[in-house]
Design a protein around this ligand. Structure first.
Ligand SMILES: [Zn+2]
Length: 428
């Protein structure tokens, strides 16, 4: 079983979802043989709460990792713990930051390695990640047990690192220092002319570079006899905003489609491609994979197995899915961080087959038609039908977050998070 989370991957960056996307030979070929989920939604728009949901099957308010200062709830069984309990060898290779063991993300992994960046060095490239997998396959793999391999990369997330190899592929373009792009994207500083165009080019160049690593990864895993028999999930935790004119910038703090409507592809061994229209959430991945591992999951979690949509026994019933934000806030084009840990969401969203409803704690509401306006260009709050039911769903869901421990002090991790662009202006 292989779970790949390519952090900050826009749905529209894949040809499987948008025919205008750039060609990615390896990833496109993988998508062509996979089941594609048309309506997959994240639970949050930034790395920590979204991966918390992926790992626990719980929405952020229940797993508790809602703020850079707090960890995952120790009471929640993680995906790796569930698979280890079912006899899997569990190995995780991540880009660190919010996937650091300090947040509780290593629980259940026999091997868990976060990439250690040099001082202010760029994020790990796809090629470096594949190198780590290669070493593990050679030295750490125990072939008497089934394998769960979790791979996470910030290669695309950190397009603003402007690695020389990427910059050199655009001769004559003077890219800006990384800080200028981050400041522009989060509204902390001005956006120099052409900054957005450059950021988009860097993002897609990093994705093309990752695609080459994806091809190598696949070859390694085929050679090791793992790939062909594995369930392979390829997805992201959230997207990236590249529409400054609409205030749809960067990520974290917003609950719009560019952030939460994510790519999700599942390649099943000995089974063909397909398209699934039923809405599913990132919280559903854990029970689904446990299903494929041969056992049910705790009925008390938020996620529901969508394995029945992939040919397994049982039923998958569509239900509204949720997303929430406890940490970042956008005001007048700038992203802010709260001084205190917020116990209640600062914004909540509920998504069903027709509606995408967002409500901020401070009052404003937004409503979009998921069917006719996937790009969310027209707020239909004024004409919304069923608004009361959506408001009630959000209110019902709004309860204090599960209390979880503060994470340990770690200057190296703080620096790492800052390099990942997780900075902003302290509020209060
Ligand atoms: Zn992320």
């Amino acid at each position: 079983m292989i779970l790949i989370s390519l952090d900050t991957l826009n749905r529209s960056a894949l040809r499987a979802y948008d025919e205008r996307a750039v060609r990615l030979p390896a990833i496109d070929a993988f998508c062509d043989e996979s089941v594609r989920f048309e309506r997959a939604y994240s639970s949050a728009s930034w790395t920590l709460p979204a991966h918390g949901s992926l790992f626990t099957g719980l929405y952020p308010d229940r797993h508790g990792a809602t703020d850079r200062r707090v960890t995952l709830s120790a009471g929640a069984e993680t995906l790796a713990e569930g698979l280890a309990r079912r006899g899997y060898q569990t190995a995780g290779f991540t880009g660190g930051g919010y996937l650091d063991a300090e947040y509780g993300m290593a629980r259940g992994f026999e091997y868990y390695e976060s990439f250690e960046r040099d001082k202010s060095g760029p994020s790990e490239t796809g090629a470096q990640l594949v190198q780590r997998v290669r070493s593990f396959l050679k030295e750490g793999r125990n072939s008497s047990r089934p394998l769960f391999l979790f791979l996470h990369s910030y290669a695309v997330h950190n397009y603003y690192d402007v690695r020389p190899e990427i910059a050199d592929s655009f001769p004559g373009v003077d890219f800006l220092p990384r800080k200028n792009y981050i400041d522009c994207a989060i509204g902390r500083g001005p956006c120099p002319p052409g900054a957005w165009r450059q950021m988009r080019r860097l993002y897609h160049a990093e994705l093309r570079d990752f695609d080459r690593a994806f091809a190598d990864l696949q070859s390694e895993l085929i050679a090791a006899g793992i790939w062909d028999e594995a369930v392979v999930v390829f997805m992201t935790d959230h997207g990236e905003g590249f529409e400054p004119e609409r205030g749809r910038k960067h990520h974290g703090g917003r609950l719009h489609g560019d952030q939460l409507h994510i790519p999700l592809l599942v390649r099943l061994p000995h089974s063909g491609p397909g398209v699934i229209e039923a809405p599913v959430s990132i919280v559903d991945v854990l029970p689904t994979l446990l299903d494929f591992a041969g056992g049910g999951s705790d009925a008390g979690i938020d996620g529901r197995s969508f394995a029945p949509l992939l040919g397994r026994a049982g039923n998958y019933e569509s239900r509204p899915v949720f997303a929430m934000e406890h940490y970042f806030e956008w005001r007048e084009g700038r992203r802010f961080l709260p001084g205190r840990i917020s116990e209640l969401p600062v914004a909540s969203a509920v998504i069903d087959e027709d509606d995408w409803y967002i409500r901020k704690r401070s009052g404003p509401e937004e409503l979009y038609d998921t069917e006719s306006d996937p790009g969310q260009h027209r707020d239909v709050l004024g004409q919304g039908t069923g608004l009361e039911a959506l408001r009630a769903l959000v209110s019902e869901r709004r309860r204090p977050r599960t209390q979880t421990p503060l994470r340990g002090e770690s200057p190296a991790l703080e620096k790492n998070l800052e390099d990942l662009g997780y900075v902003g202006e302290e509020d209060e």
